[in-house]
Ligand binder design. Structure first.
Ligand SMILES: *Cc1c(COP(=O)(O)O)cnc(C)c1O
Length: 460
């Protein structure tokens, strides 16, 4: 039997995983490596003869540890790529092991019911009225893509059969110029072209308000505002758009109103900071990525909607080869982009069950506190704080903006921490974000000290 040593292999790989978790703090966040040597090492796997999977897994852990940016490191202060919670890794392992097919309820009733339960939980945190529809996605991009298709289906019921020919005017998607550029790819995939995405310049260079959006819509009378998007937690600066202002304007123009809260949506689980998302309940739909702030392994997004109608118009198909629907249940393949479907909810289910809602709230609050500490320490150290957000994401600049790139390179080169740089109102700045639950006050203080040294070297 191919699988006859399942127990030994899985136990050995679990040991390797535990070793990795226990030791990662001692690794460099970004170790130098040789690109050519890496390719040679990878291509040495010619698959000519069978090898022991546990032994190859050890090599794989080693390869991943030695190369690239270690997003699972406590001093990775980069984009929203946290290490995964152990409970969530375990949930992913259950999903991979049983490998249920979630296309239809009847094949995987427990898995589909668990995902429905989780969708309801999050939808309730948004709308709080027992309403709630939605689906797990591969990530924020698929969730946002779903929002556009739902918007088209709602606005033009004929679009489902006739496609863009059913549209009487050129459709437009309004997002802030600070929004995630996944919208460009999404517009192309829908056949609308990137020109359909109207990137609205914000007043303060950070967040979009209703008035500015209204002006942009009125300035484009030839196109039909099918979808307006508010971003809650922009990728670069952590800004939160005016959620209710945008919703008001969107509704007035009969647009579908979507909130992209891919990262900051995690705050829905933290009662102490939930007010930062006030107005989110005015949206027709919401994107949240559990693989960001909720720290489950990658490949987990959520599209939440007030109701099922648009999803069903956009995605329903019936085929002879699929099993018939079971009464009172919904088959995921009829209201989502995916067909064969992995049990993505398993990792979030285990993480929620293991931490509890309070545990999740504490984890998020701790990251807010670390963000405050970082912001305060940098300000005390004479850096200019240039973004304005309560989220744990700090954009800051030295007196001489020309030093930004040098400082960024120096931090990355030393390999002890990782931060990035972005531009804000046309000027470059450094960006440090608390992303992981293993990050401590010491890690924050270490980063601040490294930054001070790098800045001094620039000045001297
Ligand atoms: C990360 C992110 C996305 C894209 O999500 P993926 O999971 O990377 O596909 C979209 N919008 C925002 C605001 C994000 O932070």
């Amino acid at each position: 039997m191919v699988n006859d040593d399942a127990r030994r292999v899985l136990v050995e790989v679990a040991q390797l995983a535990a070793d990795h978790i226990e030791r990662r703090r001692d690794d460099l966040v970004a170790a130098p490596y040789d690109r050519v040597a890496l390719r040679v090492e990878v291509e040495a796997f010619d698959f000519a003869s069978p090898r022991d999977p546990a032994e190859v897994a050890a090599t794989l852990f080693d390869l991943l540890r030695r190369t690239g940016i270690r997003t699972d490191h406590p001093r990775y202060f980069g984009l929203f790529n946290p290490p995964a919670l152990t409970s969530a890794i375990a949930g992913d392992m259950v999903a991979a092991t049983v490998n249920p097919q979630l296309a239809v309820w009847g094949h995987a009733p427990a898995a589909v019911e668990i995902e429905r339960h989780l969708v309801s939980l999050f939808a309730n945190r948004v709308w709080g009225d027992g309403a709630g529809a939605g689906t797990f996605t591969s990530g924020g991009s698929e969730a946002n893509n779903t929002a556009l298709l739902a918007a088209l289906a709602r606005r033009y019921p004929e679009w489902a059969t006739r496609g863009v020919a059913a549209l009487d005017r050129r459709p437009a998607i309004y997002v802030s110029a600070q929004a995630h550029l996944a919208w460009i790819k999404i517009a192309r995939a829908a056949g609308l072209g990137s020109g359909a995405v109207k990137l609205v310049e914000t007043q303060d260079g950070l967040s979009l308000d209703g008035q500015t959006l209204e002006k942009a819509i009125l300035g484009n009378p030839a196109s039909d505002p099918v979808l307006v998007v508010a971003t809650a937690g922009t990728t670069a600066h952590g800004a939160v758009d005016d959620l209710s202002g945008i919703a008001d304007v969107g509704r007035k123009h009969r647009a579908h109103v979507h909130v992209d809260a891919a990262w900051a949506g995690g705050v829905l689980l933290d009662p102490a900071h939930r007010h930062l998302l006030d107005g989110i309940d005015q949206a027709d739909s919401v994107t949240i990525d559990p693989h960001k702030w909720l720290a489950v392994p990658m490949g987990a997004g959520l599209y939440l909607a007030r109701d099922w109608t648009a999803l069903k118009t956009a995605f329903a198909v019936t085929t002879k080869f699929m099993p018939p629907a079971v009464a009172d249940t919904l088959d995921p393949y009829t209201h989502s982009l995916q067909w064969s479907r992995r049990f993505t909810g398993a990792k979030l289910f285990l993480a929620l069950a293991a931490l509890g809602l309070d545990g999740y709230a504490k984890m998020i609050e701790q990251q807010f506190a670390l963000g405050d500490r970082l912001r305060q320490s940098l300000a005390n150290d004479g850096w200019r704080i240039v973004n304005d957000t309560r989220l744990p994401l700090v954009c800051f600049a030295p007196d001489d903006a020309a030093h930004v790139v040098t400082i960024e390179r120096e931090i990355a080169g030393a390999g002890e921490a990782w931060i990035s740089s972005v531009t804000l109102r046309g000027a470059p700045c450094l960006r440090a974000c608390i992303t992981g639950f293993e990050t401590t006050e010491d890690d924050v203080d270490t980063l601040v000290a490294m930054l001070a040294r790098a800045r001094n070297r620039c000045a001297g």
